[in-house]
Design a protein around this ligand. Structure first.
Ligand SMILES: Cc1cc2nc3c(=O)[nH]c(=O)nc-3n(C[C@H](O)[C@H](O)[C@H](O)COP(=O)(O)O)c2cc1C
Length: 232
């Protein structure tokens, strides 16, 4: 539940919170609801609005809606390294891929930061349009370049596997691990209903300093501002 006070209680903030919460990494997709090229264009368009270090806009994008190419890409990269099951399940492969690339002819400082900004903006866009995605970092740049026949100065940096979602996700507050200086346990897992469970650290765990404020007394209920610690 949301505390009533601003900013959590504001409608748009609530909407954003729900959109962010719904935007989970999805690894099984419904083949009967393919991604259209129109959807790809509307999501790719978000990139034109994003910040970019020195406004260099060094990212370029490739996409695939081709079944054979998607199958080749899907076989070539890693899926949920933290689980000992093979994903996606057979017949639940992504129906589209977006390949976020770096144009090496342009400046490369901060490139990875620009990649992250782009990836999440597009992930949110897909969720808003009823689709789901998964960022994929475990792939071979060389192999993806070969599959897509990319020119040498274009380097794939991150893949976005896309499709209509065919699995369920649940976020929980990460359980504490007593005596562990690295904090709570963040390993994701599948529950007995095959729901993918994703532990997220609490606000108290990720705020390490609050100078000019006082996070810890506010969290304890002091003052007018309420702190949202529950993940729902
Ligand atoms: C930079 C980056 C690379 C990732 N690479 C992979 C990957 O190769 N394979 C995969 O299945 N998930 C990958 N993920 C997804 C993460 O596993 C996922 O974000 C994490 O488990 C938390 O789940 P959530 O996105 O639903 O919050 C990647 C995520 C990020 C941000």
């Amino acid at each position: 539940m949301f505390p009533r006070r601003f900013p959590y209680g504001c409608m748009i903030m609530k909407y954003l919170y729900r959109l962010f919460k719904k935007t989970r990494s999805c690894r099984n997709f419904d083949q009967s609801k393919p991604v259209s090229e129109e959807i790809i264009f509307s999501v790719l368009s978000l990139n034109r609005l994003l910040p970019s270090a020195m406004n260099r806009q060094e990212l370029k994008f490739a996409y695939s809606l081709n079944k054979e190419i998607n199958a080749e890409i899907c076989r070539s990269h890693g899926w949920a390294g933290g689980l000992d099951i093979k994903l996606p399940y057979e017949g639940k492969e992504p129906t589209a891929y977006i390949i976020i690339c770096h144009d090496m002819r342009l400046r490369k400082d901060f490139c990875d930061i620009d990649v992250g900004i782009s990836a999440h903006a597009m992930a949110l866009g897909f969720t808003e349009l009823g689709f789901a995605s998964c960022m994929i970092g475990s792939f071979s740049e060389k192999l993806i370049s070969e599959i897509l026949d990319l020119p040498g100065y274009i380097v794939p940096r991150l893949l976005l596997a896309v499709g209509a979602p065919a699995e369920k996700h649940r976020i929980v507050t990460a359980p504490s691990r007593r005596g562990d200086s690295l904090g709570s346990s963040t390993e994701y897992y599948r529950d007995s209903f095959d729901v993918h469970v994703i532990p997220k650290r609490s606000l108290g765990e990720i705020i390490i300093s609050s100078r000019g404020g006082d996070y810890h007394s506010l969290a304890a209920g002091a003052g007018a501002v309420k702190v949202k610690e529950d993940i729902d």
